[in-house]
Design a binder for this molecule. Sequence first.
Ligand SMILES: NC(=O)c1ccc[n+]([C@@H]2O[C@H](COP(=O)([O-])OP(=O)(O)OC[C@H]3O[C@@H](n4cnc5c(N)ncnc54)[C@H](OP(=O)(O)O)[C@@H]3O)[C@@H](O)[C@H]2O)c1
Length: 253
Amino acid sequence: MPVPAPSADARAVVTGASQNIGEALAIELAARGHHLIITARREEVLRALADRLTQQHGVTVEVRPLAVRNISILCANAGTATFGPVASLEADAEKAQVQLNVLGVHDLVLAVLPGMVSRKAGGILISGSAAGNSPIPNNATYAATKAFANTFSESLRGELKKVGVHVTLLAPGPVRETLPEETEQSLVEKLIPDFLWISTEYTAKISLDGLERNKMRVVPGVTSKAMSVASGYTPRAIVTPIVGAVYKKLGGG
Ligand SMILES: NC(=O)c1ccc[n+]([C@@H]2O[C@H](COP(=O)([O-])OP(=O)(O)OC[C@H]3O[C@@H](n4cnc5c(N)ncnc54)[C@H](OP(=O)(O)O)[C@@H]3O)[C@@H](O)[C@H]2O)c1
């Protein structure tokens, strides 16, 4: 059974829709005719996006928190990352990251699941990461939260396969909208060569196509695929110090 077709009384939800992957998912869903609920913290950015999508695609776009609604598609996408040794990072920011990347995803899925199961229809796209496949010293909290997202998504898919609710994990490596001028680049951007970055537009498209087909995992681009293969087949004791050394640079160490 496909994910629900666009309908006037159903909404596709995208969290973290104010930029990058979430914004691209919202644009792609609107282009496919879905009415939307979009969330993030910057309301004015969301309102501008909502106006643009309504103008271009004629869809209704609500800017507000999730409520008890007929949710056809959930893109649990909002997430943040920190770099550096946990001992040197701000404790409150680390806790907030777990709250957003783990509990945010869990709460939202649990909120929409009963309705989707009773309608025997729905699609859940969870933004995990290639970073969730293995331990990453100097990116420990992020890697652990994404391990939760990856495992939760793929476990849930197993439970819902026969119910008619699709669950797909998006597990990318480096994705960005456009590469900024050299002077504006962050350390992450400087360390990864241009040709390895995957566009948010392409990521959104193959993610929603994957969700439509109930694919277990979408891994866009060669870097993500290489990271997945390396972490799947190389012993953790070998791969962990190598990855840790790379991420040490990202933490300014
Ligand atoms: N881009 C990559 O290379 C990459 C790679 C692997 C995995 N991922 C995962 O893919 C997802 C999207 O990545 P991205 O690069 O597009 O992220 P991003 O550019 O950092 O955007 C994050 C989004 O989440 C929202 N957000 C942040 N903190 C929030 C909070 N406390 N409450 C509600 N919303 C919040 C932000 O909007 P406001 O600031 O307006 O709240 C923004 O819309 C994340 O889960 C990320 O971990 C990304």
